[in-house]
Design a protein around this ligand. Sequence first.
Ligand code: ADP
Ligand code: ZN
Length: 624
Amino acid sequence: MANIPKVPKIPKKASESKASKGFIYFLIGLALLFGIYSLNDGDKSNIERVPISQVVQEVKQDQVKKIQDDKGNLTVELRDGKKQKTQIGSGQSVTTLLKDYGVDPAKVETLDVVESTDASMWVNIILSILPFAVIGFFLYFMMKQAQGSNNQAMMFGKSKARLFGPDKKKVTFADVAGVEEAKQELNEIVDFLKNPKKFTDLGAKIPKGVLMVGLPGTGKTLLSRAVAGEAGVPFFSISGSEFVEMFVGVGASRVRDLFQRAKKNAPCIIFIDEIDAVGRQRGAGLGGSHDEREQTLNQILVEMDGFEQDTNVIVMAATNRPDVLDPALLRPGRFDRRVVLDAPDLKSRVSILEVHAKGKPLEKDVDLEEIAKHTPGFSGADLANLVNEAAILAGRRNLKKVSQSELTEAVEKVLLGPERKSHILSPKEKEITAYHEAGHAIVGHLLPHCDKVHKVSVVSRGQAGGYTWSIPDEDKYMHSKVDFEDQIAMMLGGRIAEKVIYGADNVTTGAENDLRQATKLARKMVVEYGMSEKMGARVFGHKEEMVFLGRELGEHTKDYSEATANKIDDEVTRIIGEGIRKAEKIIKDHTEKLKTISKELLEKEILNAAEFEKIMGGPKKVAA
Ligand code: ADP
Ligand code: ZN
């Protein structure tokens, strides 16, 4: 079975600053100038230099066609096309000079004398200014940098809240699917924001804080924005972790600043994401960061208590750990309203898929309900991602519309990571993988409490060499002891198949993740679910919340003796042992089927449910 790693998204950063771009242009300009200068220099050196007296002679003999005067540098063009150069004192006029040398004034008048300001003169000017320009530029550049960091230092106390104005791409309740109860709860808030007077006239207190509780991606942020959108008010959004930075005292002043801005913009909503980053129980911290957190938290409480009766600002905060929040936050008059967002059920998943499929052209064969059935446990964000991946896939295939096959493939991609066709296994490794996956599949198929096998594959995906994908017929919220026992046997089915085919000495590392998961589940059965007859229906140990430098350490603390610990270990080993026995019996009884399936897998790489069930001789018999 495959491990499902969550891949963090790395935000792209714009790296090129305008200043450095400007500097590059400046250098290019400089290089060009030098180029022009040396070119100019080059063609001058080809021309013959003559004394001024020779030029006077030539003028007298009528040989000169044209004289170009560039600040005393004369270029003389003769009638036969030859060119000469000579020099006179700059500031001197050529015509006066010629007359002084005794050339007939009438002749001088007819002479074509051009006072030119050619490129080289400009180059001279620029070159003389250049050093100053370069120094000036660097000074300016450095000052700007210094100023920038200065500004940043001054900004520390300011909140970094992002403002979504009422006019900016409005999100409404229609954009949030499948959370009807939550919407009903929040309708009241929308009413308050739209028409506060209606309530204050009756002496009703306007709610101040709403706590949105739910796992990541269940739409807490989206729904809060929708409240602002429905009421047509601004939405200030900040994350709890942004309050707390390296510098002490920053958090509290950011809170002050944020609330001030919000009050100026009332009616409005302040949204604090991950409130647990600042709102943990006070005194729960280890190390330096907790003081800062406490100050920030206190400031939030002070601000919320300080709202006037008619301050129409509502603070919405999101968390998935309401249990760790400081009770002071939850007192009446603070975050006393709670809206819980569950992982979406089948019906909600269909409607979330519909919301996100809107605006994307779909093929007629698309059956969103089918997709919803295959995605138990997916959050709203996962589903949004799925639809997007499907559209990308369709784009890569140059299709005009998204069809069911892209959607199905996107489910697997979101679940297991992208296919890695380039991850080449040797033929031997491929064969082992095929037996391994066939082992999972057969055990899963034949044990009544396992989910139905949906697909078996030996194409690498994410970290898995191959995978067996099974899906329950309907969403399950409760699991029984037999479910877990069968599940553990199925997890071990891969390793057992390897053992039966290749012998106990040749089993591979491919089963590492299976073994880890099976052991974890067995241990949970004993210490958390009270599912061991021998140990009794009780919980062992408790999870202690500790915060060290802002990081959470979910520590399992023992509240039992070493002797009990030994017994727990024995029980875990026993449960695993039973799973192994169960799997081994099935595999040994069905070795022929195992061989057929792995052979098919090596040929086709993927077996779907129908193909698999055909080999197994019929559909899965599920437990009543
Ligand atoms: P949270 O704040 O709970 O972590 P978000 O509100 O940021 O989750 O949700 C992330 C994305 O997931 C949303 O932008 C939206 O595209 C999608 N999403 C989540 N829940 C829903 C829902 N109920 N209906 C439609 N889209 C949803
Ligand atoms: Zn496996």
